[in-house]
Design a protein around this ligand. Structure first.
Ligand code: COA
Length: 363
């Protein structure tokens, strides 16, 4: 058996394997072509006497230490002879070379062969998705840590933002819900929080949410809240050209600052260091941090995530921005491991390297 990276010339044989191995949820020929063209996936074939008998495809997400097993298939002619196991070993080796620490995957609950294979290779069940497949079948989510790492807390809440401008509300909702299970985790609350915390304008499109607006919204809901930021002036004002927009953003900002004072939100010009994060998490604070999505998907946008926890070499983020276009589902964005040196670069935005974090804790 010979293992090698897949190349665009393998397209037809891979499309045929999809037909032979899967009854539904096949990778479309268009997506297959896309995966073959991209350089970031780990795509390996098993070949015998020039015949392709199986493949495995791992997606590696930029800026994180995570890889997702997107597909694994062995031709029915070659199944049950150890090939699936060998392909998994090949993928794991390549994942380690690509500095991945975690592999996650989804598998149908009725796929006994695959579940047996994964569990015997050290994959552990971390969740279940009802009605996940085209035909309504359920999925199990499994994960393997290639090196021992921090365990994922049970029942960690996750909410995918439902608009491009509600990352802040979605991240805040998850953090508040985690602290107090009575807090809602739904679209009504998502939009309500946005209306309370939006900056109204941004460079383009609708405004996102301001750290001070989010802080006031959390304080109004009875939480203890603090904001640490590079400065307490209007965030991103210099990136907006229109004088009218700047005027409105300033007005909104001033009202947030007043509200924060009334609600006893602590505002500080301070940079969050790794020892600070460790201490604040130990003290029971939930941390929302502003990041630049540049390092994750090469789209430069300010974006809010919830920093759930941290160990010696990774921080774990709940990122509400799931996006099929970038192959990011909740499996990828929940408890997403990011190396600590990467975190430092991730948590600053734009040329001015603006940093902001909102901390919330149940009173
Ligand atoms: C799942 C799949 C990749 C496994 O590949 P394979 O080459 O047949 O697997 P292996 O021969 O390496 O077997 C791995 C383990 O699974 C076990 N296994 C294989 N078929 C099984 C079955 N039908 N039921 C239970 N266990 C089975 C083997 O006994 C072996 O375990 P062991 O070493 O403890 O005996 C292959 O069956 C396949 O392509 N299926 C269709 C596509 C698919 O379901 N892909 C997975 C999507 S998540």
């Amino acid at each position: 058996m010979h293992f090698r990276p897949a190349v665009p010339a393998d397209l037809d044989v891979l499309n045929q394997l999809e037909l032979d191995c899967f009854d539904s949820d096949r990778i479309s020929p268009r997506s297959m072509r896309r995966f073959l063209k991209r350089s970031s996936p780990i795509f390996r074939l098993a070949e015998h006497d020039g015949e392709v008998l199986g493949y495995g495809l791992l997606l590696c997400h930029k800026g994180t230490s995570l890889a997702r097993l997107y597909s694994l298939a062995v031709s029915p002619r070659a199944q049950g002879q150890g090939l699936g196991r060998q392909l998994m070993a090949q993928l794991e080796q390549a994942a380690e070379v690509a500095e991945r620490r975690f592999i996650r995957l989804e598998v149908r609950t009725d796929n006994a062969a695959a579940i047996h294979l994964y569990q015997s290779q050290g994959y552990k069940i971390i969740g279940k998705r009802a009605g996940y497949y085209e035909d309504g079948g359920d999925a199990l989510c499994l994960e393997k840590r290639l090196h021992p790492a921090h365990p994922q807390p049970e029942n960690l809440p996750f909410f995918s933002q439902t608009t491009p401008f509600t990352c802040g509300p979605a991240a805040l909702m998850m953090a508040l819900h985690h602290q107090d299970h009575g807090r809602p985790l739904d679209r009504n609350e998502e939009i309500q929080l946005w209306r309370e915390a939006t900056t109204v304008y941004m460079t383009t499109g609708l405004g996102g949410t301001s750290p001070f607006g989010l802080a006031a919204a959390a304080a109004r809901r009875g939480f203890e809240v603090a904001v640490w930021a590079s400065h307490l002036d209007v965030p991103f004002l210099s990136s907006v050209r229109s004088a009218h927009k700047r005027d409105v953003m300033t007005l909104v900002h001033e009202s947030f600052i007043n509200e924060c004072a009334q609600l006893q939100v602590e505002l500080a010009v301070k940079q969050l260091t790794l020892p600070d994060i460790r201490r604040l998490l130990d003290e029971g604070w939930a941390l929302l941090v502003l990041i630049s999505t540049w390092r994750l998907n090469r789209n430069k946008a300010p974006h809010w995530v919830w920093l759930v926890s941290m160990d010696d070499d990774h921080a774990y983020l709940n990122d509400p921005d799931t996006d099929e276009e970038y192959d990011r589902r909740d499996l990828d964005n929940l408890f997403m491991p990011v190396r600590l040196d990467e975190l430092n670069a991730l948590t600053r935005y734009g040329q001015q390297r603006y940093r902001a974090s909102v901390m919330v804790r149940r009173r």
